[in-house]
Design a binder for this molecule. Structure first.
Ligand code: BES
Ligand code: MN
Ligand code: ZN
Length: 509
């Protein structure tokens, strides 16, 4: 999609479709009012006849409105004017795109960025509009033998801004929105790939290609760490999970050194921000095997890795002035004669021992060694992203990502970024009370803490490997993909982490 911003008199191209908002009950937005005047009351007349109430998403596509220079006018319901918040704004944009699908409209001028969204400025409204449009037109047909071609697809959207002074913010918003959307799309594409194609080697090749892509410049390198090195280092927990798989466990380390200037965070020598992604390309549960129903969805158990990949792309596209290390912890949890077993006791890379009581609690085993591995970078902060527990879905449903952290300032920053990005999270407590549930008779800890508070005990397990730095854990089990029929990766939380990095880079006011 091609996006731009414009102020002044909208260009007079007949082929264009104009998009304006209508509020409940039959209240015209300022721009709708103007078009109503031009058309000598045509719009008001239609509303009076009850053609459109203004309910959110309801819409009316009009042709040849009297005196209007454009061929088409889309009236889109925005709900009650005083209640237009971030969520509803996104809903309106999404419904607008749905309404234009298969209409043949190829170019649109959108006036919705002029609506008032409580507490949000032009930058936010334009950027979120770009991201919402890109999200709503996403399809994954790489593996279909016949692709469905849309005859006259929507190609261009111009966001209309009322004053010239808003243009700079609007342009920055488009630049950022396009980059974040590209990151989200990369994450979705990677996550949607089937597990017979997308294995650890596939993830590693994706990570390596980032560094090989010359358009991103020279300050990026990718290193891939295989089983031999893991063994030498003593990453036995990570290795145990992958030992039943025919595919080698591979951990990719993507190191990006952003340009320096005078910002605190972004000197070339500055301590890096480390992002760690759980990359189970398939999680069968291992010997503690999962029920077969919907097991196919465990191809998405690498969504944390896909997120890290997507966020690294955003950082590269925007040349963020930060030092960031992205780690993709690739692995496969399978059932085999060589698989690790319930009862096994493993000495982790940290030296702490773990009694495996359930081989399906594998994510924390892969992550704990990775979290020890990153100590060598002397990180400013470490954020891990993982489809870690079904319990997190029970706690927060499919709407919010679970956040656990050992640092108040970091969790505050993430909460602010989540609200800005519309990629919501919720804090879960990491109190010592929960640590009790990990007691083992035979080792330093078990790898499961029972059903109760399962998302938190998983976080507690990880916290035992992160005492050397400021750390946050994002459990995306409920938010990384759409479950059941609407199946498909969401690309979350790429938007949240991109926002977090943008805030730290000082590129937005
Ligand atoms: N990848 C799963 C968690 C998961 C399950 C994410 C369903 C999304 C949907 C993870 O490896 C797992 O199996 N966790 C177990 C932990 C339990 C054995 C303590 C779980 O949540 O059941
Ligand atoms: Mn599992
Ligand atoms: Zn898993």
């Amino acid at each position: 999609m091609y996006f731009s911003v414009k102020s002044g008199s909208p260009e007079k191209q007949r082929s264009t479709c104009v998009i304006v908002g209508i509020f409940e009950k039959r209240r015209l937005s300022d721009v709708a009012e103007q078009f109503d005047k031009i058309s000598e009351g045509y719009i008001r007349n239609l509303l009076r006849r009850g053609e459109l109430e203004g309910k959110i998403g309801h819409n009316l596509l009009l042709y040849n409105v009297p005196n209007l220079l454009y061929e088409r006018l889309l009236l889109i319901g925005c709900g009650k004017e005083s209640e237009l918040d971030e969520r509803k704004y996104k809903l309106v944009i999404n419904e607008t795109i749905n309404a234009l699908k298969n209409t043949g409209v190829m170019k649109a001028i959108c006036f919705l960025t002029e609506l008032t969204v409580k507490g949000r400025n032009t930058y936010w409204k334009v950027r979120i509009a770009v991201e919402t449009v890109e999200d709503s037109i996403y399809t994954f047909d790489h593996l279909k033998s016949k692709k469905i071609a849309i005859l006259r697809p929507l190609r261009k959207i111009v966001f209309y801004l009322s004053t010239r002074s808003k243009l700079t913010d609007g342009e920055l918003a488009i630049k950022h929105g396009i980059a974040i959307s590209a990151g989200i799309k990369s994450a979705k594409d990677l996550a949607n790939m089937p597990p017979n194609i997308c294995n650890s080697a596939y993830l590693a090749s994706k990570a390596s290609k980032l560094a090989a892509d010359s358009s991103y410049g020279k300050n990026i390198t990718t290193r891939v760490i295989g089983e031999k090195t893991m063994k030498d280092l003593g990453m036995n927990a990570y290795l145990a999970v992958g030992q039943g798989s025919a595919k080698e466990s591979l951990m990719s380390v993507i190191e990006y050194k952003g340009h320096d200037n005078n910002n605190d965070y972004n000197k070339k020598t500055a301590r890096p921000i480390v992002l760690v992604g759980k990359g189970l390309t398939f999680d069968s549960g291992g010997i503690s095997i999962k029920p077969s129903e919907n097991m196919n969805e465990m191809k998405y158990d690498m969504c944390g890795a896909a997120t890290v990949y997507g966020v690294m792309r955003v950082a590269l596209i925007l040349k963020l002035p930060l030092n960031i290390i992205g780690i993709i912890a690739g692995c496969e949890n399978m059932v085999d004669g060589r698989s690790f077993r319930p009862g096994d006791i493993i000495t982790t890379f940290s030296g702490q021992t773990v009694e495996v009581l359930n081989t399906d609690a594998e994510g924390r085993l892969v992550l704990c060694d990775t979290l020890t591995y990153v100590e060598q970078f002397d990180p400013a902060i470490v954020i891990d992203v993982a489809t870690l527990t079904g319990a997190c879905i029970i706690a927060l449903g499919h709407h919010l990502t679970g956040l656990m952290s050992n640092n108040k300032k970091l969790s505050h920053e993430l909460n602010v970024a989540a609200k800005q990005a519309g990629d919501l999270i919720w804090n879960l407590p990491l109190e010592d009370e929960f640590q009790e549930q990990l007691k083992s008779h035979f080792a330093d800890m078990t790898n499961v803490g029972g059903r109760d508070g399962g998302a938190i005990t998983a976080g507690c397990f990880l916290s035992r490997f992160t005492s050397k730095y400021h750390w946050a854990h994002l459990d995306i089990a409920g938010t990384a993909w759409n479950f059941g029929k609407t199946n498909g990766a969401t690309g979350r939380p790429v938007a949240l982490l991109s926002q977090f990095l943008l805030n730290r880079s000082g590129l937005i006011s």
